[in-house]
Design a protein around this ligand. Structure first.
Ligand SMILES: [Zn+2]
Ligand SMILES: [Zn+2]
Length: 181
């Protein structure tokens, strides 16, 4: 059996786009993580991809089961850009945006953050800043860092209280300063 070792990254096979290589099969065959046009993810052997045997995220599931990563991406866009979203007041309205690179492409988002580990959710490292990748043209223009990672609920809570503590401290210093004048 001929092994397919070429770089398939970014190549389209039907509705699937190859993203990156993952763990090989028990027999050493090459496996690619692919993103479907519907937002589903699927690991497919390079052999099946190139032979055209697998062309969507998977039969009857296609279009129905969006990946958790896709749902996260869609939720962020919604809270930043849809004034009808219940969370818009805490995001879009406060000027929080998703940077151009991620806004334009779910694949960019997935390539940067990889798959969501079980039990984790998206967290902004600086909760007062944007959902930014740190390397697209908008991030470059504004100097936005890579500001997101997958985090556990406890990590998210700890991160937020750390930042609000910092905020309180800054306010205290400012009011002391004003009082001393
Ligand atoms: Zn699909
Ligand atoms: Zn960016």
């Amino acid at each position: 059996m001929r092994r397919i070792t070429e770089n398939l990254s970014g190549r389209k096979f039907g509705r699937l786009t190859a993203l990156r290589k993952t763990e090989p099969t028990p027999y050493g065959g090459v496996v690619w993580l692919c993103c479907c046009a519907c937002g589903g993810l699927r690991k497919v052997s390079a052999k099946n991809l190139v032979a055209g045997l697998v062309r969507t995220c998977g039969g009857h599931r296609h279009g129905k089961s969006k990946s958790p990563e896709y749902r996260t991406w869609a939720r962020i866009k919604n809270r930043c850009y849809n004034p009808k979203s219940a969370s818009y007041a805490y995001y879009g309205k406060l000027g929080i945006t998703m940077c151009w690179g991620w806004r334009e492409s779910f694949q960019n988002f997935l390539n940067d953050l990889h798959e969501r580990p079980a039990g984790m959710n998206i967290d902004r490292i600086d909760p007062y800043s944007h959902y930014s990748c740190g390397h697209c043209k908008e991030c470059d223009a504004y100097g936005w860092p890579a500001n997101c990672k997958w985090a556990t609920r406890q990590e998210q809570i700890a991160n937020r209280s750390k930042h609000s503590l910092k905020g309180m401290l800054l306010e205290r210093i400012a009011s002391d300063f004003l009082a001393a004048k």
